[in-house]
Design a protein around this ligand. Structure first.
Ligand SMILES: Nc1ncnc2c1ncn2[C@@H]1O[C@H](COP(=O)(O)OP(=O)(O)OP(=O)(O)O)[C@@H](O)[C@H]1O
Length: 895
C-alpha cells in the first residue's frame, strides 16, 4: 500500500494558493459477465493514457465526437491502484499538507463508481498512515465521518440515528453538518471497522429502499490536523487542518431518465436536484466564475462547495461501461467530464494558528506596515511639501512688495494734496487753484483707474479735494472749526456756483448744510454772510420753535374754503352786531364815545366770528377759534374792555351748547340765533327806554334797581321763573349751575336775568313743540335702552347676572339718586335753599368747585371753568384738550 511514489514530496510540494484545474480521469471498466452473456459490444477504447475514442461504425452515431481527452484515461486492464496513483493520490494526499481535497466518482449505475472509490479511499488512508508513520516529528490527528444524502436528506452513516442532519453555515468553515459523528481514527484497523459500519448502514438503506443504493450519495470524510513546522518554523505553535472527501455519487443516468420519463417524480427530483445542481455548478465553473453559482440549490453542492472550484483540490473519476447499450450514459459521462476538467480551484493551506502565534504574526505585520508608512512619508511627502511651500511664500512676498509700492505712492500723493490744501485754504476764493486741483484729481483718477486700490484712492480724493461736495462742508466744518475756516468755506461758494449746473446744486446744498450746522452753533457768522438768507433763517427758526402738531393744525384749518367761509361768517356777524347793539355797547361802555364804539366793533369781530362758528359749526366753542385771531395772546384786560360783547357772545354760545343746537340743521341754527339776537336786542332796547322814562333822576339802571326795595323779591321771582324755564327747556344742569352760582342779586344781574328770561320764553314759544317732541323721543329712547339692558342681562348666567346687576345698580343708584335729588331740588322753587343745595350737588357731580369757577366778571367769556388763556399759540393744542375734557363733563340731556 502506498506505492513506490514518494508522496511526501508530492504533498509538501503541493501548490498553495495557485489556480489548478480539477483532475479528471475516465475509467472504462471491462464488460461484466452478464454483459458478455448478452453479447454486448464495446464501442469505447482508450488509445493512450489521456484519450478515449468511440469506435462504433453505426451510422447514427457518426455525428458523435470520436475522441475524448482527459488528464488520465484508464482502460480495461488498469487496476484501481493505478487509478488511485495517477488519478487521485496527489489530490487526496494534499490533505496532509493542510489542503482540502475531494475525490469524486461520477458515472452511471453499475459503471464501477463504488468499485473504484472504495479502492481509492483505502489506498489514500493507507498512504496517509504510512506518511504519519514516516513523520513522527509531526503530530497528526485523524477524524473520520460518513454521511449519506438521499432525497435531499443528510444521514449520519456512523450513527444508528437515521434522523436527517441539518446543514449550518459557519463563517469560517463554511457549511457544516450539524451533529455529524466524527470518529477519531486510532489506527488502520479502526478505519476498517468504521468503513464496515458505513457499509452496513448503506446496505440497510439499500435493503429498505429496494435496490436504490445507486440513488444515494455517500461522502466519507477524513479530517487531518497536524503540526506545521514546515510552514511557520520550529517556534510556532500553528497547526494544519484539512479534510479529504471521498464521494461516491448516485448513478447519473437516474437523473436524465427520471427527468425524461417523468416517473418516480419525487425521488427523481431529489436525485436530480443534487446531480443536476452538481452538473450546473460544474458547467458554470467550467465557463469561469462569472454569474451566480448555485451551490446552495442542493445538499450535495452545499456540503462540497469548497471542493467545487473553491479552497480544495479536486479529482473526478468518471466511470463508464463499455457496453453499447450504455452508450448514451457513457457519452453523458464524458460530456460531464469535459466540463469538469475546465473547472479551476484555488486550494490553500489551512493553517490554524494559536492565539500566541496569531498575536506574534499580527505584531510583525504591524511593524512591517509602519516601516512602509515611514519610508513612504520620507520619500514622497517631504520634498513635495517643501517645494509647494517655497513657491507659495515667494508669491506672497511678490504680492506684498507690490502692495508696499502702491501704498507708498498713495501716501506721497496724499501728503502732497494735504500740503496743497493747507496752502490754498487761506486764499479762500482762489478758484484757479481749486480748478487746478480738480483737474489734477481727475487726471489722477484716470491714471489710477487700473490700480487695485481705486476705491480707496477715489474715496480719499473725495475727502481731500472735492470742495464742491456738501460732504466736504459738513466734514470740514468740525475739523476746521475756527471762524477763519468757516469764512473760507463761505467764500468758496462763489466760485463753485460758477462751475456749472451741477455745481449750482452743490452750492445750494452747501448753503443748506452750512445753515443746518450754523443754526445751532455759529449763526451770527452765517447771517452776516448771507443777508438774504437771514430772513429765511428767522422764519425757519420760528417754525422750528413751533410744535409740529400746531403747524399741522393751522395749515389744515386754514384752507381757502374754510377761511373764506369764516370770513363771510365773521362779516355777517359784524354787520349784525353793528346794526343791533348800538345801545348795548354805549350803555356798557364806560366812555360811550364813538371811538369806543369803533373799538368795540373792531374787537367784537373776533367774538362774533367765534360765536357764529361756535353756534353753527361747533356745539361747544373751541379755543382754537379764539386763538386764530391776529393776536395769539388775548389778555384779560382786552377782554374786559369788550366785556359786554364777549359776555353776550359766550352766553349765546353756552345756550347754544346747552340747547343742543348742533343737533339741528345749520340753517335752522342760524335762523334761531338770528331771531334770538333780534328779540333780545329789541327787548334790551325796550328795557333801557322804560328805565329812562321811569327814573329820570337815576344815574344808571343797576343802581336804581339795587336801591329799589322790590328788587330782592323780583330777583327771587325771576330766578324761580328762570329755573322753571330751564326745566321746561331741558337746559343742562351745567348751564343752570353756572348761572345760579354767578348771579346773586346784584344790580347788574337784572338785565341778564331778564335776557335769560326772555330767551327762555322765546325758546319755550318757538321750540316748545320740538322740545316736547324731543323729550318724548328721549324718554322712548331711555325706555328702549333700559329694555335692551335687561335683555343683555338675561343673557348672562344667573350668578354673573346678579353680580353684574348689583354692581350696576349700586353705581346707578348712587348716581341716579343724586340726579333725582338734584332734579327735585331744582324744580322745587319754593325752597331756594334746596335749589342752592342742588346746584352745589350738581357742581360736585360735575367735578366743579367754586374755586374752579371763573370770576363773575368773566361770566361772559364762558360758563365753563376754563384754564388760563394760552400765552403762546403753540399751547392751543393743550388748551383744546383741557377744553374738551371740560366739555366731556357736560351733563347729558337725559340727566
Ligand atoms: N474495473 C472493474 N473491473 C472489474 N469489475 C468491475 C470494475 N468496475 C466495476 N466492476 C464490477 O461491476 C459491478 C458494478 O460495479 P459498482 O457497483 O461499483 O457499480 P456502481 O457504479 O457503483 O453502481 P451503483 O451506482 O449501482 O452503485 C460490480 O460487480 C463490480 O465488481
Amino acid at each position: 500500500m502506498g506505492g513506490s511514489q514518494d508522496f511526501d514530496t508530492v504533498s509538501l510540494n503541493s501548490q498553495n494558493g495557485q489556480k489548478e484545474k480539477i483532475l479528471v480521469s475516465v475509467r472504462l471498466r471491462p464488460l461484466s459477465d452478464k454483459e458478455k452473456s448478452r453479447s454486448e459490444i464495446s464501442d469505447w477504447e482508450c488509445i493512450n493514457n489521456n484519450t478515449v475514442i468511440f469506435k462504433s461504425t453505426i451510422p447514427e452515431r457518426a455525428m458523435f465526437p470520436a475522441a475524448y481527452t482527459f488528464d488520465r484515461v484508464f482502460g480495461y486492464d488498469n487496476t484501481t491502484e493505478q487509478v488511485y496513483e495517477e488519478g487521485a493520490k496527489e489530490v487526496a494526499l494534499a490533505v496532509i499538507s493542510g489542503i482540502n481535497s475531494s475525490i469524486f466518482a461520477y458515472g452511471q449505475t453499475s459503471s464501477g463508481k463504488t468499485y473504484t472509490m472504495s479502492g481509492i479511499t483505502e489506498y489514500a488512508v493507507s498512504d496517509i498512515y504510512d506518511y504519519i508513520e514516516k513523520h513522527r516529528e509531526r503530530e497528526f490527528v485523524l477524524k473520520f465521518s460518513a454521511m449519506e444524502i438521499y432525497n435531499e436528506a443528510v444521514r449520519d452513516l456512523l450513527s444508528a440515528d437515521s434522523t436527517p442532519l441539518r446543514l449550518l453555515d459557519d463563517p469560517e468553515r463554511g457549511t457544516v453538518v450539524e451533529r455529524l459523528t466524527e470518529e477519531t481514527l486510532h489506527d488502520w484497523n479502526h478505519f476498517q471497522d468504521l468503513l464496515a459500519i458505513c457499509e452496513a448502514q448503506r446496505h440497510i438503506g439499500e435493503t429498505s429502499m429496494n435496490e436504490m443504493s445507486s440513488r444515494s450519495h455517500q461522502i466519507l470524510r477524513l479530517t487531518i490536523e497536524s503540526s506545521a513546522r514546515e510552514y511557520s518554523g520550529p517556534d510556532s505553535s500553528s497547526s494544519l487542518a484539512a479534510s479529504v472527501n471521498f464521494v461516491d455519487l448516485a448513478g447519473s443516468e437516474r437523473a436524465s431518465q427520471t427527468l425524461s420519463a417523468g416517473t418516480r417524480l419525487k425521488e427523481g427530483c431529489h436525485i436530480n436536484r443534487s446531480l443536476l445542481t452538481l452538473g450546473t455548478v460544474i458547467r458554470k465553473l467550467s465557463k469561469g466564475r462569472s454569474g451566480h453559482v448555485p451551490y446552495r440549490d442542493s445538499k450535495l453542492t452545499r456540503i462540497l462547495q469548497n471542493s467545487l472550484g473553491g479552497n480544495a483540490r479536486t479529482a473526478i473519476i468518471c466511470t463508464m461501461s463499455p457496453a453499447r447499450c450504455h452508450v448514451e450514459q457513457s457519452r453523458n459521462t464524458l460530456l460531464f467530464a469535459n466540463c469538469a476538467k475546465e473547472v479551476a480551484t484555488n486550494a490553500q493551506v489551512n493553517v490554524v494558528m494559536s492565539d500566541k502565534a496569531l498575536v506574534k504574526q499580527l505584531q510583525k505585520e504591524l511593524a512591517r506596515m509602519e516601516n512602509e508608512l515611514r519610508s513612504f512619508g520620507s520619500s514622497t511627502l517631504a520634498p513635495h511639501d517643501s517645494n509647494d511651500l517655497l513657491r507659495e511664500k515667494e508669491l506672497q512676498i511678490e504680492k506684498m512688495d507690490r502692495e508696499i509700492k502702491e501704498l507708498t505712492r498713495q501716501r506721497d500723493l496724499a501728503q502732497s494734496r494735504i500740503h496743497d490744501l493747507l496752502q490754498s485754504s487761506p486764499r479762500g476764493s482762489d478758484s484757479g487753484a481749486l480748478e487746478k486741483e480738480n483737474h489734477e484729481r481727475h487726471y489722477e483718477r484716470v491714471n489710477s483707474s487700473n490700480s487695485n486700490l481705486d476705491f480707496a484712492e477715489n474715496d480719499e480724493d473725495s475727502f481731500m479735494l472735492d470742495r464742491a461736495s456738501p460732504r466736504l462742508s459738513i466734514s470740514m466744518s468740525p475739523k476746521i472749526g475756527g471762524p477763519d475756516q468757516l469764512e473760507a468755506a463761505a467764500s468758496d461758494k462763489a466760485p463753485l456756483t460758477k462751475a456749472g449746473p451741477d455745481h449750482d446744486d452743490g452750492a445750494e446744498d452747501i448753503c443748506k448744510e452750512v445753515r443746518c450746522i450754523e443754526i445751532g452753533e455759529s449763526r451770527p457768522c452765517i447771517i452776516d454772510r448771507e443777508g438774504q438768507a437771514d430772513g429765511k433763517l428767522q422764519e425757519n427758526e420760528e417754525q422750528i420753535n413751533y410744535p409740529e402738531d400746531e403747524i399741522v393744525e393751522y395749515s389744515s384749518d386754514a384752507t381757502y374754503d374754510s377761511l373764506q367761509k369764516k370770513i363771510q361768517d365773521m362779516q355777517r356777524t359784524i354787520n349784525c352786531l353793528a346794526n343791533s347793539y348800538p345801545v348795548d355797547r354805549s350803555s356798557s361802555s364806560s366812555d360811550g364815545d364813538t371811538a369806543s364804539i369803533t373799538s368795540s366793533k373792531d374787537t367784537r369781530s373776533r367774538s362774533c366770528r367765534t360765536m357764529a362758528v361756535g353756534v353753527s359749526a361747533h356745539p361747544t366753542p373751541e379755543w382754537s377759534d379764539i386763538g386764530l385771531s391776529e393776536n395769539p395772546e388775548p389778555s384779560i384786560a382786552n377782554s374786559s374792555c369788550d366785556f359786554d360783547n364777549i359776555q353776550r357772545k359766550d352766553y349765546l354760545i353756552s345756550m347754544g351748547t346747552s340747547l343742543d343746537f348742533g343737533e339741528l340743521e345749520g340753517t335752522d341754527n342760524e335762523k334761531v340765533v338770528a331771531e334770538i339776537e333780534s328779540k333780545e336786542d329789541a327787548e334790551v332796547a325796550r328795557l333801557k327806554q322804560v328805565d329812562v322814562q321811569e327814573s329820570t333822576q337815576k344815574d344808571d339802571v343797576g343802581v336804581i334797581k339795587a336801591n329799589s326795595p322790590g328788587w330782592e323779591m323780583e330777583f327771587r321771582a325771576k330766578k324761580g321763573r328762570i329755573i322753571e324755564l330751564w326745566q321746561a327747556c331741558n337746559v343742562p344742569l351745567q348751564h343752570r349751575t353756572y348761572f345760579f352760582l354767578l348771579f346773586r342779586g346784584e344790580p347788574s344781574d337784572s338785565i341778564y336775568m331778564e335776557v335769560e328770561l326772555r330767551r327762555l320764553s322765546f325758546l319755550m314759544g318757538n321750540n316748545e313743540s320740538r322740545g316736547l317732541e324731543l323729550a318724548s323721543s328721549l324718554k322712548a329712547l331711555n325706555q328702549e335702552r333700559e329694555m335692551l339692558g335687561k335683555r343683555v342681562l338675561k343673557k348672562f348666567r344667573k350668578k354673573e347676572r346678579e353680580s353684574l346687576y348689583r354692581a350696576w345698580s349700586i353705581r346707578l343708584d348712587s348716581k341716579q339718586r343724586s340726579q333725582q335729588l338734584a332734579r327735585k331740588l331744582w324744580t322745587d322753587t319754593s325752597n331756594m335753599d334746596h335749589v342752592e343745595e342742588s346746584a352745589r350737588l350738581v357742581a360736585q357731580l360735575l367735578g366743579l368747585s367754586e374755586s374752579g369757577l371763573v370770576p363773575r366778571e368773566m361770566f361772559g367769556l364762558s360758563f365753563s371753568p376754563l384754564p388760563p388763556l394760552p400765552k403762546r399759540s403753540f399751547s392751543w393744542k393743550s388748551s383744546i384738550s383741557s377744553r374738551s375734557r371740560a366739555r366731556d363733563f357736560t351733563v347729558p340731556t337725559a340727566f
